[in-house]
Write a protein that binds this ligand. Structure first.
Ligand code: UDP
Length: 244
């Protein structure tokens, strides 16, 4: 049986302009020779369906729901995603700039993938920006690492189950008038850190090489760069609208 990888990509509103570079760079550098299918959640009509690109119409939910509701978006196509070996989400402004193999990315005999946040690899745990309110489902008392929301995935069924659980936690918090400090990222961190002892042998942790912010200088080789959004799109207003 051949391996199949599902790539989850969200680009609502102005983010559609990152798609072409993401796709072309992924086709060139990411998991060469392995079957990849892209699932693009977008409200743009400019992105064209193709043999390996499926478009899932997604309304622009405003800030922060375009990102907070990512788990719910993925679950919309959970039935189809279950047929993949691995599924992975990357931020819209990611661009691959070096070759990445299956083992580089998903590890050996691992079923979850997360990355070390490029802004926190050298920081003391006391500086990690976890959700600190005890009444939030994203609360972390003592964590191990700070993980960015920009890369998340793993074995399709395992990752989808996590999406279900995080989606539940987000709804639970919303019903109590809470949105965790860093939205989807806080819930992802809570899952990984609060269950760390049980999942650590199955977790592949990528270095910040895989989410290297453009214009930064950190001691990692560059494999995936995170493009500086302000250079490419007018980001004014993106983080201002709260609508559900
Ligand atoms: N996103 C989107 N439209 C928006 C805002 C966010 O499609 O208006 C998606 C997109 O995939 C983006 C991700 O949500 O990469 C995370 O957004 P955010 O602005 O939080 O990125 P960060 O601040 O982490 O760069």
């Amino acid at each position: 049986m051949t391996m199949k990888i599902g790539i989850l990509y969200i680009c609502t509103g102005k983010y559609y302009s990152f798609w072409e570079d993401f796709y072309n760079s992924s086709e060139k550098y990411f998991l060469s020779g392995i079957e990849k299918k892209y699932f693009v959640f977008t409200d743009s009509t400019k992105i064209i369906k193709s043999h390996n690109v499926e478009i899932i119409h997604q309304d622009n939910l405003g800030w922060p729901f375009n990102t907070l509701y990512r788990y719910r978006m993925f679950l919309r196509i959970g039935g189809e995603l279950k047929n993949f070996d691995y599924i992975i989400f990357l931020n819209a402004n990611c661009k691959f700039i070096d070759y990445i193999s299956l083992t580089d990315f998903f590890g050996l005999n691992k079923n979850l993938v997360a990355c070390i946040h490029p802004g926190f690899f050298n920081k003391d745990k006391s500086e990690f920006t976890y959700e600190k309110r005890k009444k939030s489902k994203a609360f972390i008392e003592n964590g191990y690492y700070y993980f960015p929301g920009g890369i998340m995935g793993g074995d399709a069924n395992i990752f989808l189950n996590i999406c279900k659980s995080l989606n539940y936690d987000i709804e639970y918090d919303l019903n109590n008038g809470i949105i965790a400090i860093w939205h989807d990222e806080s819930y992802w961190n809570a899952h990984l850190n609060n269950n760390y002892q049980e999942i650590k042998d199955d977790l592949h942790i990528l270095s910040p090489s895989y989410l290297y912010p453009e214009g930064w200088s950190i001691p990692f080789e560059k494999k995936v760069i995170l493009r500086d959004k302000s250079k490419y799109i007018d980001i004014k207003g993106i983080k201002e609208t709260h609508q559900k």
